[in-house]
Design a protein around this ligand. Structure first.
Ligand SMILES: [Zn+2]
Length: 118
């Protein structure tokens, strides 16, 4: 059973993510506004790049929010803190740093090695 502290850190993380997402949506709206017609090409390129960056950051935040929702589901069905690969408990220190971790450090390392192989 995850500690109260862990559940609270999920809450805190979720709140700060929701704030960030709201900010990014505003920034995206800004960036999506038609560029100053008098602006030169460099301005337009800058606007486009900014919109792309904001969009990527927004995606990242949304993905993390999904990870938090998934972690809550695991809390609800009692599998939170268990590695999805080997079924062993994930080290509490690891969960403290990353409350949405689904794998123990060893399986995560192996997983990253496998998925980074072209
Ligand atoms: Zn594992």
């Amino acid at each position: 059973m995850p500690s109260r502290q862990l559940l609270e850190s999920l809450d805190t993380r979720e709140r700060s993510l929701r704030d960030k997402i709201a900010e990014r949506r505003d920034a995206l709206d800004d960036a999506a506004r038609p560029a100053d017609p008098a602006g030169d090409l460099a301005d337009k390129a800058f606007e486009r790049t900014r919109a792309e960056v904001e969009h990527d950051l927004l995606e990242l935040s949304l993905r993390e929010l999904e990870a938090i929702a998934a972690a809550r589901k695991r809390v609800a069905n009692g599998t939170y803190g268990e590695c999805i690969e080997c079924g062993e408990p994930i080290a509490p220190a690891r969960l403290e740093v990353n409350p949405t971790a689904r794998r123990c450090a060893e399986c995560q390392a192996r997983h990253e090695k496998v998925s980074s192989t072209p």
